[in-house]
Ligand binder design. Sequence first.
Ligand code: SF4
Length: 348
Amino acid sequence: MTYDYKEIVPYLLHWFDYNARILAWRENPIPYYVWISEIMLQQTRVEAVKGYFDRFVTALPDIRSLAQADEEMLLKLWQGLGYYNRVRNLQKAARQIMEEYNGSMPADYELLKKLPGIGEYTAGAIASIAFGIPVPAVDGNVLRVMKRIAASFDDITKDSVRKELWKDIMEVMPQDRPGDFNQSLMELGATVCLPNGKPLCDQCPVMHLCRAHRQDITGLLPVKQEKKERKKLERTILRMEYENKIAIRKRPPRGLLAGLWELPGLECYYEASELSQLLTSWGIQEADVAFIGKAKHIFTHVEWHMTAYHIQLDKLPQLPKEEGDFLWVTGEEIEEKYSIPNAFKFFF
Ligand code: SF4
């Protein structure tokens, strides 16, 4: 049974007027701020994004400075947010905006979608919030809220379901407040219609119109197809130290954590006793090897199960070129300059 979402619009707008959280990018919704915040929010909660956002726009206050930023600085500003290709795409898009649009984001939904890293959802959010263009912004939060309101058992991981909902929202989009309407749905999903069967229905402005609530099936919705199991990879991590300096290595330019600095690692599990042969092949004859610990890091499609060793050296080795680009750096230099992905945090 289809649901006509028209009725929920005034209730959500009214609720949003009184309940919207005060956020820097909402207080001053210029296109650049909306864009940066939306990209950061794709992987992180609002509370955590606040600090990252402030730091980012203080260091890079506009599209021009983002376009010109040094890569190490950019990665450092993003350190801890993960998904580093997103910040690289931000810079690619900023450069394109400088070249093709004279430094101003295009006030056009279709043109926004053509910029690197800006998909249908982000384009909808920027277009509606920053430019007042009446287009939906459908993300996981919005899908959850709307499918509960309609008591729909559609699988929200399907593209066809997202597209259908986009059209349904477009039909009821208030022409005078598209940005507020989209944000009211996002906000309801983030603060009231919570995931994992825990919606706070008694605080919801559309409870009286919500079929899932009426039918007492909120815990069953939304329906999501099970994801494929992640691949598990065993890795051995080497924290090599010489005179208070640690060896870091640049990862390959493509693939997982592309181009970031890491603690050198091996793509399989090594016992401490098995390491001496490997170290000899790296030109290291004498070293004290000590077990640091084990840690797991979860990426979208893969899990790293890591075993780490501290290797204390009394001579600076000439590490083989084919093993990658190594740098010997102090803890302060890492802190200030090099962005080391969260996956390695445990070993510092
Ligand atoms: S009534 Fe409950 S389930 Fe329905 S939209 Fe509101 S919070 Fe979500």
